[in-house]
Design a protein around this ligand. Structure first.
Ligand code: SF4
Length: 353
């Protein structure tokens, strides 16, 4: 376990240096070795099952102006939609009946869905027995509390970059410390917390990326998502280059080595840039797939970035294709909801690996 051990050094500055060294080493063999090691750590820590989480993108309205995102409020080329709450619940019920164990409700930062409306949806969906993950952005702590009390299990909120200056440049009108405080609130309230960052952002350096990985580790996340930046023509970064697939794969592998216990998805962004992305993700550290079960008439409109994968097929077809891929790889679909591992189990894992 060569790289895993290198990254366990108690001195954070040493780990940071190792990460920068690995991120700037473009030797294909290094990438292959990291991917193999991540796959082995994944097998020994979270096992061979793959968790399938169905994602419903229920609103593409957003009050924010993130410079990389096609849904930013200033993009008037987007056809906006909001799925009515009863249709969201119906979609979740159908997904639960298909066999999905987790439903992810995602939207832009859209306050049209009030604290109460989201709490009611969570309560209804929880009656089907699935785990519920929310991903609806920065909201007041009392909203997070109400949704947790309604039964929400998990929350996804990416920090996107650990560099405060770059964060502010990309997210006009807000700050990294506000986002980190939201993550702390979520942790305090007992959510299983997911976060992560983008790879290949304009202005990002290997030092910043190493800092992103270190921050992800220090947040002790239950779920971590890392995916390549994909420029959207309707944004100020529309002319920039996309993140590199190989760098994204390397960072996914490093994420597994740094957070052996975490649930790591093979992201849609990766499969949007590289048609074999989900397979490459699952064989290089990932253990989660998130098929898009948004009703197809809305799905293509949730365009954070262009040429997004999974916009055409029906939810059932996408779910079946996901199951087939898992089978092809000799893995199994997880039959449990895939909650985060307890702190005691994580500690034991660290000693065993
Ligand atoms: S990244 Fe999220 S918060 Fe930012 S504009 Fe897009 S949907 Fe809104």
């Amino acid at each position: 376990m060569r790289y895993y051990e290198l990254l366990q050094d108690p001195d954070q500055a040493v780990v940071q240096k190792q990460l920068i060294g690995l991120l700037t080493d473009h030797c294909p063999q290094v990438l292959e070795d990291l991917r193999q090691e991540a796959d082995e750590i994944r097998h020994r820590s979270v096992g061979d099952t793959v968790h399938v989480r169905g994602i419903i993108e229920f609103s593409n309205y957003c009050i924010r102006s993130c410079r990389y995102c096609g849904l930013n409020r200033g993009n008037n080329q987007v056809q906006r939609y909001r799925i009515p709450p009863d249709e969201i619940v119906k979609t979740a019920r159908e997904a639960a009946a298909m066999g999905l164990k987790t439903i992810v409700l995602q939207s832009g930062d859209d306050f049209y869905y009030t604290r109460e409306v989201i709490a009611d949806m969570v309560r209804e969906i929880k009656k089907t027995g699935v785990a519920v993950t929310l991903s609806v952005g920065e909201r007041p702590r009392d909203d997070y509390r109400a949704w947790r009390e309604a039964g929400a299990d998990r929350y996804l909120l990416k920090f996107e970059t650990s560099d405060a200056g770059l964060y502010e440049a990309l997210h006009p009108g807000t700050r990294l410390d506000i986002r980190l405080r939201c993550l702390e609130d979520l942790r305090d309230l007992g959510y299983q917390v997911g976060s992560g960052f983008m790879i290949g952002l304009p202005g990002q350096t290997p030092e910043i990326l190493a800092g992103d990985l270190m921050l992800m580790r220090s947040l002790v996340l239950e779920m971590a998502g890392v995916g390549p930046f994909i420029p959207h023509p309707g944004t100020p970064l529309g002319q920039d280059s996309a993140g590199e697939v190989n760098l994204a794969l390397k960072i996914l592998a490093l994420s597994r080595l740094l957070l052996p216990w975490a649930h790591l998805p093979a992201t849609t962004a990766l499969s949007s840039l590289e048609k074999d992305g989900r397979r490459l993700g699952l064989t290089g550290g990932a253990n989660v797939l998130m098929p898009n079960i948004t009703p197809p008439e809305y799905r293509r409109l949730y365009e954070i970035y262009p040429h997004k994968a999974e916009v055409k097929d029906s939810s059932r077809e996408l779910y079946q294709a996901t199951l087939e891929l898992i089978k092809e790889l000799g893995r199994e679909v997880a039959l449990d909801p895939g909650h985060g591992l307890s702190p005691a189990t994580r500690l034991m894992l660290r000693e065993e690996l």
